[in-house]
Design a protein around this ligand. Structure first.
Ligand code: ATR
Length: 281
């Protein structure tokens, strides 16, 4: 058996995750498993960073090829990016840096992308054609923003709902979609429901963001919460006859998109999925 350790030598390409804190991240497990499965000379490490400017300079100086970016840096990192992907610019958040050629210091440009929306779309597209689908998005935080803009990219028709009405209306206005208060959702008709709120996450796993009685009208229900993997929302959606997508899918596919941006190779999706499932168990 070829082990990951055998593949890493002095010519290894280095990647990592920039955030604060990062000790809980599942990304090192996922990406290192992918490098090992493809026999690649690559390694991915946690990079707890508080001073972002110095952090990005350090990444360039040390020849890192790319990083994931997580809380609390997804917005602030944008000012240190040389070339910003247009969708990431619209979302207002970057979760992936690709850093230019290691051999050539002059070409060490920093490219910023957002793969959260790519991950959500790919997870949804396994179950439904997004173009022309009607999608109800619950929440108005950073995840709703990324997923909302991503759904528009895919040609879906979206509607937003959120506990804090002013915040929900504000994001809906930016997305150019309608807003519906949480207590009026029985009047909404859509094909897909996406929960981007933290409702239902451990330890409050007895909670669901919506009443079960509205679920039967959706064909597909996706939850971005992955602890627990089967949330109350997904349990009730299954019981109501919906197809469900758990929070692991978006996590997986945003990582798959990162891996493909960094390496230009097809990611070993099944390997990455298996290690994530193992870790979450
Ligand atoms: P993220 O970046 O993951 O989207 P966030 O920006 O903190 O996280 O957003 C969390 C979302 O979950 C918000 O839409 C929030 O609703 P409010 O705008 O009303 O705060 C929603 N949320 C969190 N806890 C909630 C709860 N108990 N009930 C309903 N919505 C909740």
């Amino acid at each position: 058996m070829v082990t990951k350790q055998m593949m890493i030598n002095g010519a290894a390409e280095t990647f990592g995750i920039v955030g604060n804190p990062v000790h809980h991240s599942l990304s090192p497990t996922m990406h290192n498993a992918a490098f090992a499965a493809l026999g690649m000379n690559g390694v991915y490490i946690p990079l707890p960073v508080s001073d972002l400017q110095k952090g990005v300079e350090g990444l360039k100086a040390l020849g890192f090829r790319g990083v994931s970016v997580t809380i609390p840096h997804k917005k602030d990192i944008m000012q240190y990016v040389d070339v910003l992907d247009p969708v990431a610019a619209r979302i207002g958040a970057v979760n992936t840096l690709v850093i230019g050629n290691k051999e050539d210091a002059a070409d060490r440009f920093v490219y910023g992308y957002n793969t959260d929306w790519v991950g959500a779309n790919r997870a949804l597209m396994e179950k439904i054609e997004l173009k022309g689908s009607r999608v109800l998005v619950l929440g108005a935080g950073g995840s709703a923003r990324a997923i909302g803009y991503g759904l528009l990219e895919a040609g879906a028709k979206i509607m937003l709902s959120n506990r804090t009405v002013a915040k929900g209306r504000d994001l809906a206005r930016q997305l150019g979609c309608d807003f519906c208060p949480l207590d009026e959702l029985e009047n909404v008709n859509a094909d897909v429901l996406v929960n981007t709120t933290s409702v239902g996450m451990t330890p409050a796993d007895d909670k669901s963001p919506v009443d079960q009685k509205i679920l039967s009208k959706f064909s597909v229900v996706m939850d971005i919460v992955y602890a627990p993997l089967v949330t109350r929302l997904l349990r009730e959606a299954t019981a109501s006859g919906c197809e469900v997508i758990d929070g692991l899918s978006m996590l997986l596919y945003q990582g798959v998109a990162q891996f493909e941006l960094w390496t230009g190779r097809d990611a070993p999706v099944e390997v990455m999925q298996n290690v994530l499932r193992e870790r979450i168990k």
